[in-house]
Design a protein around this ligand. Sequence first.
Ligand SMILES: Nc1ncnc2c1ncn2[C@@H]1O[C@H](COP(=O)(O)OP(=O)(O)OP(=O)(O)O)[C@@H](O)[C@H]1O
Length: 336
Amino acid sequence: MIRFVDVHKSYRVDGRDIPALQPFSLDIADGEVFGIIGLSGAGKSTLIRLINLLERPSGGSIFVGDTEMTALAEPALRAQRRRIGMIFQHFNLLASQTVADNVAFPMRLAGERNTAVLRTRVDELLARVGLTAHADKYPSQLSGGQKQRVGIARALANRPSILLCDEATSALDPQTTASVLELLAEINRELKLTIVLITHEMDVVRRVCDRVAVLDAGVIVEHGAVADVFLHPQHATTRRFVNEALPEEAASELAPFAQVPGRILRLSFRGDTTLTPALGRVARETGIDFNILAGRIDRIKDLPYGQLTLAMQGAGVDAALAALREASIEIEELSR
Ligand SMILES: Nc1ncnc2c1ncn2[C@@H]1O[C@H](COP(=O)(O)OP(=O)(O)OP(=O)(O)O)[C@@H](O)[C@H]1O
């Protein structure tokens, strides 16, 4: 468990304290993928760097497991930091060292000198990230996605229990982003590692995170299970992020429905309800008519979900809505 208790952070600039994070408390559970999303300057980097105390909080306590990080002196803190791996937007690899030496670097730093041990571990890590054939290359000979895989292998070298990802896919194209996110999900599943990632893209959150916190100007305005936040965003900033990830839905809300007869409804299906023909059955049973205006079927991490915006008409609409709710379909009435 990573636990923030009444933590806040200000930076001192020209003798003045500039607040970066307002007081907050937050728990991140062992083994989960936790996303922190926010616009530039919202405080994401500050928040993630508090976990390994690359930034010290101005107040409050931070715990990793049973250890109060904020109470540790420098040598003990260095030892604790080895339990926390980190990857970065611009990879931060050593240009003059090979892939294998980059991966071995944190082990050497931790005092490992046995070349056989180092080689075995490096081989194992490079196999995990799919770079066995690239061990003797230099970073400049690799693509962005390959560099980030080296970054991931290096971050895992000392067998951390937490992996911090600081905008790890922001410099990558969409296809490479997808494959790096898939690798992070696999590492989370197989190594049971806790992953905390910061991003400004809701799609990154949708693909890999279990829970998410939304940061807006230093304040956590919303946090919860990704499916809940995604399907029912409460805060204006969250809605903006969700609309970026679901452009068709956003467009459908703006479409001029004035010409369409009936009540405009948005139905959300999650998990098993996406697989049942509930809408057809309810329409037959209640005699309503419906006209589909927009829709999408996708996944939130491993959870299939669907959203349909439709116009529904007929005497049986209220009975139909009750029957759909009975079938665990969420319904929102959209105003025109
Ligand atoms: N070392 C620093 N000294 C002074 N102010 C800082 C420092 N680091 C960050 N800040 C300020 O703190 C606020 C939060 O910055 P932070 O980098 O945490 O945000 P962010 O959400 O990660 O932004 P980005 O996505 O642009 O990296 C900003 O107003 C920023 O200018």
